[in-house]
Every structure is written in C-alpha cells, then in structure tokens.
Ligand binder design. Structure first.
Ligand SMILES: Nc1ncnc2c1ncn2[C@@H]1O[C@H](COP(=O)(O)OP(=O)(O)OP(=O)(O)O)[C@@H](O)[C@H]1O
Length: 323
C-alpha cells in the first residue's frame, strides 16, 4: 500500500526551477532513500511533503490525502525531523515527549504508555527523566525520532538525520530506522551519503539538479560497479589521503574502515603502501561493493572523494572506472 506519492511535483523559487517533475511513491514498511549532492533539491522536496512549502505544480498525497487540499488530515499521518529536531533543552526527555504528544492530540491515558514504548524503542529509557541539555547529539537525535513518532504516524520523514553523528551514532540511528519500518511505518529519508542509503534503505531515488536521475531497489543499485577491498586500519583518514596521493580510488566506509576500488590482486601492493607509511592494518578483504563514480567537474575523470568533500558528486548512475 502506498503511503506517500508525489506526482509531477515541481518547485520554482524566484526564477529558478529547484525541483522538476518529481514522481515517486513510498510503501508501508519501506525505507525509501532520497539521495543527492548538496543543493540537489532534497530539503525543498521534504519541505513540500511536510507542508512547509507549497509545490508550484504537481500533487503530493499522504495516505491518499492531498497535502494542499486536505492539509490537516495529511499532516496527521506524518512524523518528521527536518533539519535539527526541535527540543526544549531545559525540559527532560519525558517532558519534551509529553509536550509533543499533546500537540499531536495523544490522549492522557495512552500518553504514558506511548512515551514508555518510544523511550524503549530509541534506547532512552534510562535517561528519559534527565534534562535534554545533558544529552549527547546522538541522544537528542533519538529523542527527535521519538517525538516524530509520538502521534503514531504512517509516514516518517527524515532530512539527513545522521548529519553530525559519529560512526557509532550513525550506525545506531540506521538500525533504529530499520526497526521503525519493521513496524509498518513508511520511511522517507534523505542523505548525500551513498553508503548511508545503501545500508538503511530498500529503495532509492537519486536526485540531481532537482530531477530524479534514477530510481531502483538498493539490491539493483549494488549490482552495478566493480570490485573493491575493504580495509580496517588504525588511521583511516591518513590512509585515505595517502591512497589518493598515490592514485588509488578510495572512500571512508564506516568506523575505522576504508574501501579501496581495486581488484583483489592488488591487495599486497596496497597493504605495503599503507604499512610503510605508518598505518596499521587490522584486516583487508575483497568486498562486492558496487558504487557510483565521483566525477571531477569538467575533467571527465573520476576519483575518490577528498576529506571533508561531498562524497557524492556524480549522480548519473554510471559505472565506476577501475582503480
Ligand atoms: N528559499 C530559497 N531561495 C532561493 N533559493 C533556494 C531557496 N531554497 C532552496 N534554494 C536553492 O534550491 C536548491 C536546492 O536546495 P535544497 O536545500 O533543496 O537542496 P538539498 O539537496 O537539500 O541540499 P543540502 O543538502 O545542501 O541542503 C539550492 O540551489 C538552493 O540554493
């Protein structure tokens, strides 16, 4: 059953077409990834879904309700974290949830139980009566998730929810998103990180310059591409810089790991380079990762990302060139 549908949605801001003819749908229990580089139009699309912005044309429905014509009814079915979750730092987690439960029209009787369930779901049972100002960023993000879910929505919308989290926090949050979807909620989540979407989503639409360039299941997405070697190392950032200087294509792949786009036959050469430059290797294994290329604008060449750089630059769905 389709929970969210976008039909030919466009948005013009000033004289700029920021979103063009977007059509997609998200089903019950599905995690749908909305992947694109900075400025692609993800936030604008999300703002239209949650009624913070009006489409210039096209139609958005949530559980069959048109978000323009049946706004209140449509919004009843949505929980969202857009930009940062809004919390009151001087209130406890529980007090925050009570506040949002009231706004969502949750009755007094069910409120207590609902808050208990959500605190458990997001792993905050032990800290729910502490003030939010004492929470870590990851805990605040998880409280934000509980807030978004308090009204028992059919659709959860998350705009770059793992931004700023450390690798462990990102992993934890991804697990939570999967858990939420397994209860039958449809999840629409944006990110500019391919790895994030790959690990969290069932389906993905890739957006570039306001247009969807490809839409497919994550399984299909992963069928494309070439071989890689997954390395766990003592100093992943140093290793990445070193590899790039030496003409290898590589990217960060979670905590203490990097992925090098190269065939298995080059693993000894790769390890030698790293070890001789002071990086300890904990493990190295071939990995069937499939990826997109990162293109250097105007050069037609591709390479791995530099540190701190947007990791997804080319969004045309083309196959990576071999490392
Ligand atoms: N209110 C606005 N006025 C003018 N331009 C805007 C406005 N909102 C968005 N844009 C432009 O629309 C484009 C898409 O922005 P949007 O924030 O939707 O992208 P995004 O994919 O979410 O990127 P990011 O990850 O950087 O937030 C950008 O070029 C942005 O500058």
């Amino acid at each position: 059953m389709e929970v969210l549908t976008l039909e030919n949605v466009s948005k013009v801001i000033g004289s700029r077409q920021v979103v063009s003819n977007l059509s997609l749908s998200v089903k019950k229990g599905e995690v749908f990834g909305f992947l694109g580089p900075n400025g692609a139009g993800k936030t604008t699309t999300i703002r239209m879904i949650v009624c913070l912005a009006k489409p210039s044309s096209g139609r958005i429905r949530i559980k069959g309700c048109d978000v323009q014509k049946e706004r209140a009814e449509a919004l009843r079915h949505v929980g969202a974290i857009v930009e940062n979750p809004e919390t009151y730092p001087y209130l406890t987690g529980r007090q925050n949830l009570i506040h949002y439960a009231r706004l969502a029209g949750v009755g007094r009787r069910e409120m207590r139980q609902r808050i208990g369930e959500l605190a458990e779901l997001v792993g905050l049972e032990e800290r729910i009566d502490d003030k939010v100002k004492t929470y870590s960023l990851g805990m605040r993000q998880r409280l934000g998730l509980a807030q978004a879910l308090i009204g028992n929505p059919g659709l959860l919308v998350l705009d770059e929810p793992t931004n700023g989290l450390d690798p462990a926090g990102m992993r934890e949050f991804r697990g939570l998103v999967r858990k939420v979807a397994s209860t039958g909620i449809a999840v629409f989540v944006s990110s500019h990180l391919l790895g994030e979407i790959q690990q969290m989503c069932d389906r993905v639409a890739i957006i570039k310059n306001g247009r969807i360039v490809t839409e497919k299941s994550v399984t299909e997405l992963l069928k494309r591409g070439d071989s890689s070697i997954l390395i766990r190392a003592s100093r992943p950032e140093t290793a990445l810089a070193l590899l790039e200087q030496n003409g290898w294509r590589a990217e960060a792949a979670g905590e203490q790991s990097i992925r090098v786009f190269a065939p298995e036959s080059r693993v000894q050469e790769l390890i030698r380079l790293l070890v001789l430059n002071g990086v300890d290797i904990y493990s190295a294994e071939p990995s069937p990762w499939r990826s997109f290329t990162w293109s250097l604008p105007g050069t037609g060449r591709s390479r791995g990302p530099k540190r701190g750089e947007d990791r997804c630059v080319s969004w045309d769905g083309s196959l990576p060139t071999s490392g």
